[in-house]
Ligand binder design. Structure first.
Ligand code: CMX
Length: 135
């Protein structure tokens, strides 16, 4: 079951610059910075009530974020939904005909297991499904 929006991912050119910008917008600091080498990104997170904003900067030119910014510029990159059973949701969404981009859930930022749905199968919005790791 999909429970709520866990975070919204925003592609930025410079985490350092955008941390300052979002600090002014929200009136508070980000609570963590984390590199995810497997995705070629550096991330930072702001907590807003129950939802988070994730800023994403590319750390190499092959990264999905580098390609996205080159094509579309900075902006909303994905919406992440929290699920209660990520393996069951992956099977359910495959059965429903969505294009699942990962063979199985993988390690993402902020202690999460994650997988993605291709934006072509979700009205042009890249969808991330995530679940907090319990181990
Ligand atoms: N949102 C909406 N559309 C997007 C998109 C995004 N974030 N990224 C790419 N697209 C669009 C492109 O504009 C293009 O559209 P057109 O065909 O109309 O020109 C189309 O998707 C391209 O699709 P593609 O050729 O299959 O693939 P790309 O090489 O552009 O990769 C995608 C797109 C979504 C498959 C790839 O970025 C991906 O696998 N993403 C999942 C992983 C990821 O995004 N990691 C970074 C975040 C990690 C984190 O949150 O920690």
């Amino acid at each position: 079951m999909i429970k709520k929006i866990e975070h919204i991912g925003i592609a930025v050119k410079s985490i350092q610059h955008s941390n300052e910008l979002f600090k002014k917008l929200f009136g508070k600091e980000h609570y963590k910075v984390e590199a995810v080498a497997s995705e070629g990104v550096s991330t930072s997170f702001f907590m807003l009530g129950e939802t988070k904003i994730e800023l994403l900067e590319a750390t190499n030119m092959d990264s999905a974020i580098a390609k996205f910014i080159e094509k579309k510029g900075e902006g909303i990159h994905h919406i992440a939904y929290e699920v209660d059973d990520i393996y069951a949701e992956m099977e359910r969404l495959k059965t429903e005909g969505f294009e699942v981009l990962n063979k199985e859930p993988k390690q993402g930022a902020d202690n999460k297991l994650i997988f993605f749905l291709h934006p072509k199968s979700t009205n042009g919005v890249l969808v991330e499904l995530c679940q907090e790791r319990k181990d």
